[in-house]
Write a protein that binds this ligand. Structure first.
Ligand SMILES: Cc1cc2nc3c(=O)[nH]c(=O)nc-3n(C[C@H](O)[C@H](O)[C@H](O)COP(=O)(O)O)c2cc1C
Length: 347
């Protein structure tokens, strides 16, 4: 269903407001409580040697990153969203981390919407942005239009998000997912940047991860259950429709946890990189996900909350996450991320 610009703006504002409500969170369900990293009482290193730097490498290009922590895709295409994106992009620029922008769907219909990025870029010329489009839009858009989304953000990669639960519970949702796999395969050939497929909080099964294997994608960000849950968000949004609200309640805990999704990827033995997000709330969890095989770890809602408070809150959040990750590494005897990724975990 096509919606007007004002309906679109209202929907985006609702999403931000409702995502911040604790009822939209599947807190405690990311599966990481069942994972323990083994304590090392005698690390053969000094704390100041712990190195959390990494890089984003594709077809010969190397983008140095200060840490594997990235800002997960959130918002785009409306006035309040621009302020949030400017704050997040300034952080990406200052602190050398990757940042996903929110769905660029509006740019497909309204080329003026791309002006947002020119404004963001003025404040954050060195931000390392990752573009974003939904699978339903990818399926029905010509590839040159999708490429324009990469150009407008000067993105280093493009996320394609999969969100069947959200679309089906959203009154204005786009539920045509047929031929999605072929659309991804086609995009990989023509995008010119790495393509990363992500969920939005419901994770991935072994079978789906395997089906993505021959598409040539660069990575999957599992974005599993354990944090922001789009079944819940859309449910609370449709409170005036009693029926939709009840359906959403039925699916309030639907999905595969972030931990299980990574374990599924191990079982699927996929070749592409694994990224993780979904309910990541501290640096110990980031360390556990790296030990389970993730190369980059994304955080959404906490960065949104901090962005609404300002630059200082964003700096403090990132510093806390990085410090917790470093402590995790010191106490597991991991000098660098490679060491951490080879650590044994107890499940
Ligand atoms: C306000 C908000 C808007 C979001 N919009 C998008 C989006 O446009 N595209 C996307 O791929 N994911 C979107 N997400 C999903 C996040 O990228 C992430 O996958 C999910 O929120 C789980 O992470 P969290 O538990 O840390 O919030 C959004 C999340 C939030 C909180």
């Amino acid at each position: 269903m096509d919606e007007s610009n004002s309906q679109f703006e209202q929907r985006k504002r609702d999403h931000i407001r409702i995502a911040l409500d604790p009822r939209s969170q599947t807190a405690g369900q990311n599966g990481l409580d069942s994972i323990t990293l083994i304590h090392e009482a005698l690390p053969d290193l000094n704390y100041k040697e712990v190195d959390i730097s990494t890089s984003f490498i594709f077809s010969g290009d190397v983008i140095p990153l200060s840490s594997p922590i990235f800002i997960s895709s959130m918002t785009a295409g409306h006035e309040k969203g621009r302020e949030i994106n400017e704050a997040l992009a300034r952080l990406s620029d200052r602190r050398q981390i990757l940042m996903g922008v929110g769905s660029q769907r509006r740019e497909l219909e309204d080329s003026n919407a791309a002006e947002e990025w020119a404004k963001v870029r003025k404040q954050a010329p060195k931000a390392r942005l990752l573009g974003n489009i939904g699978i339903a839009q990818l399926i029905r858009s010509p590839i040159d239009k999708i490429r324009r989304l990469i150009d407008s953000t000067e993105a280093v990669a493009l996320f394609v998000h999969l969100n069947p639960l959200q679309e089906v519970l959203q009154p204005e949702g786009t539920t045509e997912f047929r031929t999605g796999l072929q659309a991804i395969e086609n995009l990989v050939k023509l995008a010119g940047v790495p393509v990363i497929v992500k969920e939005t909080g419901c994770g991935f099964s072994v079978a789906t991860l395997k089906r993505l294997e021959n598409t040539g994608i660069f990575a999957v960000d599992v974005s599993g259950k354990g944090g922001t849950h789009w079944g819940r968000v859309e449910g609370y949004r449709s409170e005036e429709s009693e029926m939709l609200y009840q359906v959403a309640q039925t699916f309030a805990n639907w999905g595969i946890s972030t931990t299980q999704s990574l374990l599924n990827a191990k079982e699927a033995r996929v070749e592409y990189q694994l990224w993780a997000s979904g309910g990541v709330r501290n640096g110990l969890e980031i360390g556990k996900l790296m030990a389970l095989g993730a190369s980059q770890v994304g955080v959404a809602k906490p960065f949104l909350e901090a962005a609404l408070q300002g630059d200082e809150a964003l700096e403090n959040l990132l510093t806390r996450l990085e410090t917790e990750l470093k402590v995790t590494m010191f106490c597991t005897g991991s000098r660098n991320l490679k060491d951490l990724q080879s650590k044994k975990v107890i499940q």
